[in-house]
Design a protein around this ligand. Structure first.
Ligand code: ADP
Length: 365
């Protein structure tokens, strides 16, 4: 890249390159957290409602691997990272969604949050009046007014009623267009748990309503979505104890959402390769919800030092040790949750490997 820059050769991303060949409709989903979940849910709902929809992008397969298969009247749910957006110029999705923006990857953006935000905002810069942009009204860093005045904007919110978009009211998710209610379902129709997932589901409901998909089919698809592996994934219930694999929770923010997703007391498996975690964000939640922490990996001492005055903490050498200890101690109606807040490379190949080792230990009980 440096060589190309020196020679003034234009650099474009794989996303920009592939989009040029796409005959179908592109639904581009970006954000700091929730991209994989939302993109997978979008493809599931669209396919269940009868629209042939490919799942591609950051999630794999790459857009370039599938783009030539996509015909007119077909769709691509495209997980789009800010890295991919960095070198786009003409990229123009039919629907763009920015799920949220929280500080991340700042090393790549010269530690300037505005550079990171600007990168995400590239997703809609070429959109016009036939296109749609979906924004999170609750998110602090996402602008509510944008420079592109042509595009049709829809919002989703956990806290506020919106005129165009989806929001939560009591036990319902409601979708309105021009202030008129056009769709509603129960929050409990969403198979995924946790407020963050209701937000992800609302983004997908807006996408489905933009294409005027059948309400009953949308609801049935929200119910049947199996979830994505390693993201609050239900593994097994033994004697009333549920085992949950959230190995993808590699930062403290994700653990905050995971802990908020359960009412029951939690045995939490925490630790791994620490990126300088500040656990203050989850201190109160841990005090309120966690019965015991099993600390693993190279950061287990940090975990112990931070939490041992608030909650019981036991340091463990392996995932097997954590799972068998949790199995001995957890009682009916309690949760055993792997949500490590850390990278996995100290003990595992990657977060998928860590999740699989956890599941194997649980399935061997
Ligand atoms: P991404 O592809 O953006 O990394 P994932 O869907 O893989 O997102 O989820 C990554 C982690 O973030 C998981 O631990 C998940 O529980 C959590 N998460 C999912 N959706 C959201 C959201 N909307 N806001 C915050 N955290 C989320």
């Amino acid at each position: 890249m440096t060589e190309a820059r020196k020679k003034n050769i234009k650099i474009i991303s794989e996303l920009e390159f592939s989009a040029g060949f796409c005959k179908g409709e592109i639904i581009s989903i970006t954000g700091t957290n929730g991209k994989t979940t939302t993109t997978s849910l979008c493809a599931h709902v669209f396919n269940e409602c009868g629209l042939k929809t490919y799942l591609a992008g950051n999630i794999r397969p790459a857009f370039s691997e599938v783009v030539l298969d996509v015909m007119e009247n077909e769709y691509v749910a495209l997980e789009t990272s800010s890295f991919q957006l960095d070198h786009t110029y003409d990229f123009k999705p039919n629907i763009a969604a920015i799920l949220n923006i929280t500080p991340d990857h700042l090393d790549r953006y010269e530690n300037n949050i505005q550079n990171y935000i600007d990168s995400k905002l590239r997703v809609f810069k070429n959109q016009d009046k036939k296109d749609f942009l979906i924004l999170n009204l609750d998110d602090k860093l996402t602008p509510k007014e944008i420079s592109n005045k042509k595009v049709n904007i829809f919002y989703f919110s956990l806290n506020h009623e919106v005129k165009n978009g989806a929001y939560i009211s009591g036990k319902e998710i409601i979708y309105k267009y021009n202030g008129k209610r056009e769709f509603s379902c129960l929050i409990s129709d969403v198979s995924l748990r946790g407020e963050h997932n209701y937000a992800n589901a609302m983004a997908v409901i807006i996408m489905a309503m933009i294409y005027k998909l059948n309400s009953e089919k949308i609801i049935s698809a929200l119910r049947s979505f199996p979830g994505v592996e390693h993201r609050l994934e239900f593994v097994r219930e033994i004697n009333g104890v549920q085992y949950i694999n959230d190995s993808k929770a590699t930062n403290v923010d994700s653990v905050w959402y995971a802990l908020r997703s359960f009412e029951q007391p939690i045995f939490l498996i925490l630790g791994g390769k620490d990126k300088g975690n500040d656990y203050n964000q989850i201190k109160d939640l841990v005090a309120a919800k966690v019965k015991k922490i099993f600390a693993i990996g190279s950061s287990s001492e940090n975990v112990y030092n931070f939490f041992h005055k608030i909650v019981k903490v036991e340091m463990k050498m392996s995932m097997d040790d954590c799972v068998s200890a949790a199995n001995k101690e957890a009682r009916e109606n309690e949760i055993v949750l792997l949500s490590p807040a850390c990278a996995s490379f100290d003990m595992f190949e990657n977060y998928e490997h860590r999740g699989r080792v956890f599941k194997e230990a649980v399935n061997n009980l």
